[in-house]
Design a protein around this ligand. Structure first.
Ligand SMILES: [Zn+2]
Length: 54
């Protein structure tokens, strides 16, 4: 289940499998589906990830 977090007033959606964050729930969902299935990340998807750790 995709997680949503708010950082600096913006909402992001986090893939629970790999921990990458996205600006849209669709992307996070896609990522999570991929990660769960393949146990690795898809570059096509993770290139849209945003770094929210800082
Ligand atoms: Zn993922």
């Amino acid at each position: 289940m995709v997680d949503s977090v708010t950082k600096r007033g913006k909402s992001y959606y986090v893939c629970q499998e790999c921990g990458f964050a996205y600006e849209t729930r669709e992307l996070a969902q896609k990522c999570e589906e991929w990660c769960t299935k393949h146990h690795s990340c898809s570059l096509e998807i993770t290139k849209h990830a945003v770094n929210i750790s800082q």
